[in-house]
Design a protein around this ligand. Structure first.
Ligand code: SAM
Ligand code: SF4
Length: 347
């Protein structure tokens, strides 16, 4: 075979197998932060006084759709919209509706989102109508005053109405709670009973050192190994192989009949099975949540009407996906591991 034919065959093999990174991991999951803005200011996520991107830097909804579509053509099967708060992006349901065509065609297995729930009562029914089946709602406490304190601007009643509306629309909900020492650790058993009692899984997350915030992360950090030991005094937890395509490790809770997930980027590195990449609302692709390296996809997107340049830029970026993150939280490591906030890539 001549050299040109060899290259063509290689490239066809590459596309046939989807996107494979240098460590043999198939990339089938794209998370898209559709805005860096939010109607909350959770203390572990953002500083109170945040500078957001100028609106002119954002990709349009049409451009986001085109980018997502190229990723789907290259093997992405699961797509999650996140943010900032995805449901505060203007006309976001237009994008959801557009993307739902890939569910109908069978190219995409799942379209979902992560939300703080504040706008859910408005959008739940339409999300369900677009083929969204499950969503993640972030909720760190069931106490209205504490909720207001941790989110700075949030209203628990609105989030509860959103959860009711989502369940009424038939959406399955997973609750995400960041485990924060001295804030919600004592309350998590009650949250678990409440969530499981309403048919929702609960996942607890270790706080990650991303972006400058006003608080000290070493004060907030609670290793989930400690939390688990604590919960085991009240609950019988059995490890189960259940997976939702993410890094959570699940246990079954005998007393509630429900599930509890642990996301432990700090105490248990889950990078070896990482199947995802993250796109920001300006078209920057992050190959790892815990590294600074990124690829600009906005320039190739805008340079030509065809998708070849874009597709090549994506291949080149996947070829640089690192083995894993370098998160550390301790008193000597004062600076966050990565300078951007979680709201840039959406977790
Ligand atoms: N606004 C939406 C929400 O809150 O669900 C989506 C974006 S938010 C950045 C996604 C998730 O990241 C939330 O569950 C939030 O609790 C979590 N998160 C934010 N900052 C974090 C940090 N420093 N460490 C761990 N999780 C964090
Ligand atoms: Fe907003 Fe979500 Fe960050 Fe809270 S965690 S400030 S809701 S982006």
């Amino acid at each position: 075979m001549n050299r040109e034919a060899e290259i063509r065959t290689d490239s066809m093999a590459f596309h046939g197998n989807g996107m494979i990174d240098p460590f043999g991991r198939a990339i089938s999951y794209l998370r898209v932060s559709v805005t860096d803005r939010c109607d909350f200011r959770c203390t572990y996520c953002m500083a109170e006084d945040m500078t957001f991107l100028p609106k002119r830097d954002l990709l349009s909804l049409e451009e986001l759709d085109r980018l997502c579509t190229v990723f789907i053509e290259k093997g992405v099967k699961k797509l999650r919209l996140t943010g900032g708060e995805p449901l505060v992006r203007k006309n976001i349901m237009h994008l959801v509706r557009q993307l739902s065509r890939h569910l109908e065609s069978g190219a995409l297995d799942e379209l979902t989102l992560t939300t703080n729930g504040s706008q859910l009562s408005r959008f739940a029914a339409e999300l369900a109508d677009c083929g969204v089946k499950r969503i993640n709602v972030s909720l760190d406490t069931l106490d209205a005053d504490k909720f207001h304190a941790i989110t700075r601007w949030g209203n628990l009643t609105k989030v509860m109405e959103g959860i009711d509306a989502a369940q009424a629309a038939g959406l399955k909900i997973k609750l995400n709670a960041v485990a924060l020492k001295g804030f919600n650790d004592a309350e998590l058993p009650d949250m678990l009973r409440w969530a499981n009692g309403r048919g929702m899984d609960l996942t607890v997350i270790e706080t990650m050192p991303m972006g400058e915030i006003d608080a000290d992360r070493t004060d907030q950090y609670l290793p989930l190994s400690l939390l688990r030991a604590d919960l085991e005094r009240q609950f019988t937890l059995t490890d189960i192989p259940f997976k939702t395509g993410g890094p959570a490790r699940y246990v079954e809770v005998a007393e509630t009949g429900g599930r509890l997930g642990f996301i432990t980027p700090m105490t248990h590195n889950f990078c070896e099975s990482c199947n995802r990449v993250r796109l920001t609302c300006t078209g920057t692709l992050y190959m790892c949540l815990g590294q600074e390296d990124a690829a600009d996809l906005r320039a190739p997107l805008r340079q030509s009407e065809g998708n070849e340049l874009l597709s090549n830029a994506i291949d080149e970026a996947i070829g640089r996906k690192p083995k894993g993150h370098d998160f550390v939280i301790d008193r000597r490591t004062r600076r966050p591991a990565v300078s951007r906030h979680m709201s840039v890539t959406g977790g």
